[in-house]
Design a protein around this ligand. Structure first.
Ligand code: SF4
Length: 382
């Protein structure tokens, strides 16, 4: 399945995202391409454009680096000449880039409306409440190590950093959880995994944590919706958050695929639900998925349970000699990532040429210091 560049409907409604000046609306695809390329060339090494794997084709083709959020944040250090980092991704990624950037660099998000519904499911004030309520229930919070997925706000990372916790990615979640459980504490260590319950559950399950020692903390319920006994016996506390893209995949889709392609393989991202991950042949991060499909023999058939732009690029560019389809026949699109349009990218780049910085992402210094503690702890874990 291919998604077209900008549908006519989208062109008519593009101004409903972050508002753009009139002159950036209604441009032809050709004109946008030409002007973006010209602005990129004129800015030269003063700018670096980063494109997340889930980013749309007509934007990612201008990226200097493509990858997952951590790989992109790390790419910044290889471009010290770049004064401006244009992050074609979502808000939490730009925040991570701002935390890890050099002092002379500025991070820009082309559309401020490009958020992440999962990151929005955990807030630092909800965590403060959770800590207080867990104490009320007799749980020693000094024995809880918070682990936050990189898909979280800088505020949440700062809370985690301040409380001895750590950031993880979908690639290193198991190594990070192992590190957390091995921290010396007076009682048995509990890990609180946030904001994605599914990455936490899938990782815990693969590490042999029994499902009855995992509980779900619902930030919208008093005391997370748990009894003191449930909270006390838990080894893994899963924050009730999820990715609206990856939770669309289901086991019925896997069964339908296997019926059609008995020799085909299913590979799923760990943000999918546990039953999907259990039913799939393989599961892992976006980088793992790319690698597995790329290394598979020619002629192999794959159903991939992740964002549709990545699946399409696997099919057309990375592994064109295999059959690669999305597990969901309707294609799972990250609609917030999709908000970064070529129009927004053009507006940003031409603004820089005129000496105007639109949409700079600035994480406050103290938040940055604490969040960096959690990021640095992760970088030390092998
Ligand atoms: Fe967030 Fe899911 Fe989109 Fe990733 S795919 S940015 S987790 S909403």
């Amino acid at each position: 399945m291919q998604l077209h560049v900008l549908t006519e409907y989208e062109k008519d409604h593009i101004g409903e995202r972050q508002a753009l000046p009139e002159q950036y609306l209604g441009l032809s695809d050709q004109e946008m391409d030409t002007r973006i390329a010209a602005a990129r060339a004129e800015l030269g090494r003063r700018v670096v454009v980063l494109g997340h794997h889930y980013q749309r084709d007509e934007v990612i083709k201008f990226a200097d680096f493509t990858g997952d959020s951590l790989k992109l944040a790390r790419a910044i250090s290889t471009r010290a000449t770049a004064e401006f980092i244009v992050f074609c991704g979502v808000h939490f990624m730009a925040e991570s880039a701002d935390i890890l950037r050099a002092p002379h660099q500025k991070v820009i998000l082309p559309d401020l409306a490009a958020g992440c519904s999962m990151a929005d499911m955990a807030a630092s004030d909800q965590l403060e409440t959770a800590w207080r309520e867990l104490e009320d229930m007799g749980v020693d919070t000094a024995s809880i190590i918070p682990v936050t997925y990189i898909n979280s706000s800088a505020d949440v990372k700062a809370f985690v950093g301040e409380h001895g916790g750590v950031v993880c990615t979908s690639t290193n979640a198991a190594a990070v959880m192992k590190w957390a459980w091995e921290r010396p504490r007076s009682g048995e260590v509990k890990v609180m995994m946030l904001p994605d319950q599914h990455l936490g559950r899938n990782t815990g399950w693969k590490m042999g944590v029994p499902l009855d020692r995992m509980v779900v903390w619902d930030p919208h319920e008093t005391r997370g919706g748990l009894t003191p006994a449930q909270a006390s016996q838990a080894k893994l506390i899963l924050w009730k958050g999820h990715c609206s893209v990856h939770t669309r995949f289901n086991v019925a889709q896997i069964e339908a695929f296997r019926k059609k392609y008995p020799d085909g393989q299913v590979i799923a991202h760990p943000e999918c639900t546990l039953d999907v991950v259990q039913a799939a042949d393989l599961s892992g991060s976006t980088e793992f998925i790319i690698d597995a499909v790329k290394k598979s023999p020619k002629g192999t058939v794959w159903a991939v349970a992740t964002e549709v732009h990545l699946v399409n690029r696997l099919a057309t560019q990375v592994a064109p000699d295999r059959t690669v389809i999305t597990l969901d026949p309707f294609g799972c699109l990250c609609s917030t990532m999709f908000r970064v349009s070529p129009n927004h990218l053009l507006w940003i780049l031409e603004g820089l040429l005129e000496g105007r910085i639109h949409n700079q992402i600035v994480v406050p210094d103290e938040t940055k210091r604490l969040a960096k503690l959690a990021l640095d702890r992760m970088l030390e874990i092998h």
